[in-house]
Design a protein around this ligand. Structure first.
Ligand SMILES: Cc1cc2nc3c(=O)[nH]c(=O)nc-3n(C[C@H](O)[C@H](O)[C@H](O)COP(=O)(O)OP(=O)(O)OC[C@H]3O[C@@H](n4cnc5c(N)ncnc54)[C@H](O)[C@@H]3O)c2cc1C
Length: 256
């Protein structure tokens, strides 16, 4: 558990950003992960007053505020209609309903956690992040970057007509995923594999690639390029096998 000297609610992004430049200060979102930190912080910067808890849409994109709780993603009719329920599927097994009422998409994406269902899912879709003050970049670029002192403002899901399916394997209903896979199809296949146990990795393949059986060359090559690791939960070989099954199932579900 951590301690903090002061709790602040900035009224503008500029104010939040300035406070976040001090090494001892921390942004607090749902506090579900942060609460496991130890040590003492200076100021806790709560983003709750910045209006980042809404999901808006335009003709071309969904704009999801960083402070939107996971439960809101799970229940959002239009987001789930657009993603073929992939968003609901990636969120619904995370801990429990009360937990998902507090944990936010911003905390999940910012953390770039190796086990993240959410990062895996959004990476396979056409997603950008909006940072203050750096502006927009693709989620893939953001994931590759080391965390800095910007503020994650919005997660932007582009309406590019992708069909998407999410699959993960867990030993227990609400435990961490042993492997997570998200497959999207549009002009290309976009395939993200997470919980390897490292953070999600994105592969882009031509839409002509066949991913229907373990014998398919495209699938074998994709799995060969993916780095799977061994930890106390599962071996690298087992994770590779699970990923193969999940990708085949997810891809098949998009063809019906
Ligand atoms: C027991 C447990 C089990 C979990 N299981 C899963 C799981 O199975 N699958 C899964 O995908 N996830 C899982 N998670 C992660 C969870 O879903 C959230 O991602 C996590 O709790 C962080 O969200 P939060 O809103 O609580 O962020 P916080 O804990 O408040 O913050 C997390 C970090 O992000 C920073 N941060 C937060 N928001 C911003 C922002 N807008 N800009 C800049 N920095 C920011 C904070 O400073 C902090 O460093 C689990 C977490 C816990 C604690």
């Amino acid at each position: 558990m951590y301690t903090a000297r002061e709790y602040v609610l900035p009224k503008t992004l500029e104010e939040a950003y300035q406070l976040n430049q001090k090494k001892q200060n921390r942004i607090i979102a749902g506090n579900m992960w942060l609460r496991f930190s130890s040590g003492s912080f200076g100021q806790l910067i709560d983003l709750s007053d910045l209006g980042l808890n809404t999901i808006r849409q335009t003709e071309t994109e969904f704009i999801i505020g960083a402070m939107v709780p996971l439960r809101e993603l799970e229940k959002h009719p239009e987001l789930n209609a657009y993603t073929g329920n992939a968003i609901r599927d990636c969120v619904q097994d995370i801990v429990g309903t009360q937990f998902r009422n507090s944990a936010t998409i911003g905390g999940s994406i910012w953390g770039r956690f190796g086990f993240s269902d959410i990062l895996t899912c959004f990476l396979a879709m056409d997603t950008e992040v909006e940072l203050f003050p750096s502006g927009r970049m693709t989620l893939a670029d953001f994931t590759a970057q080391k965390p800095d002192n910007d503020i994650l403002v919005n997660i932007i899901l582009k309406k590019t007509g992708l069909k998407t399916a999410y699959r993960a394997f867990r030993y227990t209903a609400t435990g961490f995923p042993v492997i997570s896979c998200c497959v999207s199809k549009g002009d290309f296949w976009r395939i993200a594999i997470g919980a390897r146990p490292a953070k999600a990795m994105l592969h882009i393949l031509p839409d002509t690639a066949v991913l229907s059986s373990a014998e398919d060359t495209a699938l074998k090559e994709l799995l060969d390029k993916t780095i799977f690791g061994t930890n106390s939960t599962a071996s690298a070989d087992y994770r590779r096998h699970l990923a193969q099954v999940m990708i085949i199932r997810a891809a098949a579900s998009l063809e019906v």
